[in-house]
Design a protein around this ligand. Sequence first.
Ligand code: BTN
Length: 264
Amino acid sequence: MPGSISRLERFAVVGSTNDVVRGWLAEGTPEVCVAVADAQTAGRGREGRSWTAPAGAALLTSTGFRPVWLRPEHLWRLAAVTSVAMAEAGEEAAALPSGTILLKWPNDLVLQTTDDVRKLAGVLGETDGLGTDDPRAVIGIGVNGDWAPGEFPVELAGSMTSLRELAGRSIDHGELLDAFLERLDAAVAGLREGQFDALGWSARQVTTDRDIDLMRPDGSRTTVRATGVDTDTGALLVGDTRILVGEIEHVRLAVPGTTARIAV
Ligand code: BTN
């Protein structure tokens, strides 16, 4: 177990690993604490969605931090290093070339095929006590690890993938977790020293130089050309415009010809 980890517990079933770790932090458990589950009965996704996977199909894990050592405007980097650490661990577990697993801003892990992009993992960051002397952050990630393609839900089969599908063999979630925690440990040690692998995060962004649809909380939708990501603020870059994660409800790669281009 990497040195920065104070507590690591594995569960067969929990409500949500994010809730387990939030509870631990509220009780005073020191960082970095990690909960892992084979199944969740109340798994949460972003934008108020639920997150479900059959028992044992996905690696479900949450990591808890007390980021007094991180500037508040850089809190987003906890989710960014989690995503990059899992992308690298997934490549190792499935013997994929480095750089195969991409990130879809803000935090999804995806695979790009010749004609589409498929989701491999989702990340949910939650915070408590920001602005106090006891800030707490939980970064949860659900990775489609050993999920057999024949068991993908019909409604998601065209938009998801798994490490098992990519490797053509079963995936050991214990090995995947070890590889992830080793990388996360190193990245968090770097963050504590004020270092962040900006290139490692920005180079994996699937949205860069692509047309994307931005759905805003008010229901409006615009199609724009993403030009990159801002490694200081975590924003999506559209030319000179920075789009912060809180401004957007959903990002989708645009299908050509479905919307008019509107500059923001
Ligand atoms: C998303 O893509 O919407 C984010 C999904 C995050 C799911 C993970 S699974 C482990 C952790 N526990 C939860 O309840 N959610 C996250």
